[in-house]
Ligand binder design. Structure first.
Ligand code: ARG
Length: 458
């Protein structure tokens, strides 16, 4: 197999073991379509700048077009004996056009090619990920719309805190994912830079048209420093970092759904298609899909970590170590894309068990804060109100009674300000309806949020 770097070395074939050890083809074959496209634009630019004759250019373009089709339909059978995808493509063209293909690699280094290809890959995948997030958000909004009348205990420290409408929780996920979209956009804006023309490190002595290549490949800008261009992998770290956070978010949503679906909570049911049974215990319905989403977030976080460790002591500029950046990137992209897609489908199958939620809301301590705010409205300082309600809660615990069991006369011994209407607070509907602040769990406000998001995501 013709090496991209013959010359200085003897003509003897590369040692098999060394080739196998150093080759990245198994991983960077993913970059084939971007490398083929970039090669085509590079050839056009070289012709435009007078380094390839018109006829040679036409021949090269048609061979690259033919290769692009093969890459697309998966019929390209390349030899595994290439160092990487860049060499494989160069060699394909050389086999077809032995003379003019030798000009194709003019003023081009794999050091910049690999960066440019990965940038093109990241651009495409960030856009795809944004679309997958929108699709998931849409499903969440429609779940929220269907469940705005369901109230359940909201949890802090995994202890019952205050009643919330289920939709409010679901819309919290929508907000969280929106920030992820923003981060993807930010990463995309910084990585949308063409590095071709940077050469191996120092640029080129030939008069190339970098702007032409950049525009043709759809980039917004060209890189300003050839050393930075071939050594920068920040954009990969950024993308995997955003993906890690998405994976963490999906893991947290999964954890909520798992908890709420188990009998101890019993607030919701997940579609049977997304669960599995136990080979031993006939009664089991296990939320495996959600558990795997929760579990696999570890892989994305590890990918981010491995990128940091890979880069931390690398001297400028290009080093072969950098070849190892692609596996964590590609694997994270594949995994998070699959997770977003399956989550969007799974959410459609969620049904709520309103009755169990109502039962949990009979725990009257969940209205303690409502009583404290009732007292504040009557002029009691919040700290004092907090103490008063705390004393009532303690009394109930000690005597094993509910707040509603206590007579108004007895309640007045805790605070003169407590009147008959305090019992009305011990109700999930009035609890959520009484919420006033923007962003609160008041169902009217939640409905407005849902309407806003429906419009926004359309
Ligand atoms: N396969 C390499 C990578 O992914 C690209 C080749 C780098 N250049 C070199 N001279 N070895 O990083």
């Amino acid at each position: 197999m013709a090496k991209l770097w013959g010359g200085r070395f003897s003509d003897k074939e590369m040692d098999e073991t060394v080739l196998e050890f150093t080759s990245s083809l198994g991983v960077d074959k993913v970059l084939a379509k971007y490398d083929c496209l970039s090669s085509k634009v590079h050839v056009e630019m070289l012709a435009k700048c007078g380094f390839i004759p018109q006829e040679g250019k036409d021949q090269l373009i048609s061979v690259l077009d033919e290769l692009a089709l093969k890459i697309e339909d998966g019929s390209w059978e390349y030899s595994p004996k290439h160092e990487d995808i860049h060499s494989a493509i160069q060699s394909y063209v050389e086999e077809k056009l032995p003379v003019v293909a030798k000009k194709m690699h003019t003023a081009r280094s794999r050091n910049e090619q690999v960066v440019n290809d990965v940038r093109l890959y990241c651009k495409e995948k960030c856009e795809l990920m944004g679309k997958l997030i929108v699709a998931f958000q849409k499903e969440l909004v429609s779940l929220a719309e269907k469940t705005v009348d369901v109230i359940l205990p909201g949890y802090t420290h995994l202890n019952r805190a205050q009643p919330v409408v289920f939709s409010h929780l679901v819309m919290a996920y929508v907000e969280m994912l929106e920030r992820d979209k923003g981060r993807l956009k930010g990463a995309l804006s910084r990585l949308d830079v063409c590095v071709m023309g940077s050469g191996a490190i120092a640029g080129s002595a030939l008069e190339l048209d970098r702007e032409f290549v950049s525009k043709k490949l759809g980039f917004s800008d060209i890189s300003a420093n050839s050393i930075d261009a071939v050594s920068d992998r920040d954009f990969i770290v950024e993308v995997v970092s955003v993906l890690s956070l998405i994976a963490v978010h999906l893991s947290r949503i999964s954890e909520d759904m798992i908890l709420y679906s188990i009998p101890e909570f019993g607030f919701l049911e997940i579609g049977a298609d997304y669960c599995t049974g136990s080979s031993l215990m006939p009664q089991k319905k296990n939320p495996d899909v959600l558990e795997l989403i929760r579990g696999r977030s570890a892989q994305v976080i590890s990918a981010l970590n491995s990128l940091f460790v890979l880069l931390k002591a690398l001297p400028h500029s290009y080093n072969r170590d950098m070849q190892e950046d692609k596996k964590p990137l590609f694997e994270s992209v594949e995994l998070v894309a699959a997770e977003l897609a399956i989550m969007a489908d799974l959410v459609k199958t969620i049904s709520l068990k309103k009755e169990t939620a109502l039962k949990a809301l009979q725990d009257e301590f969940i209205y303690a804060t409502d009583i404290a705010e009732y007292l504040v409205r009557k002029g009691v300082a919040f700290k004092n109100a907090h103490d008063i309600v705390g004393n009532i809660v303690k009394h109930c615990s000690d005597e094993d009674v509910k707040i509603s069991d206590i007579s108004i006369a007895k309640l007045k011994t805790f605070s003169e300000q407590l009147e008959e209407d305090v019992y009305e607070l011990l109700d999930p509907v009035s609890s959520v309806n009484n919420k006033k602040t923007v962003g609160s769990t008041n169902p009217e406000l939640v409905k407005k949020e849902i309407a806003k998001w429906k419009k926004k995501l359309r």
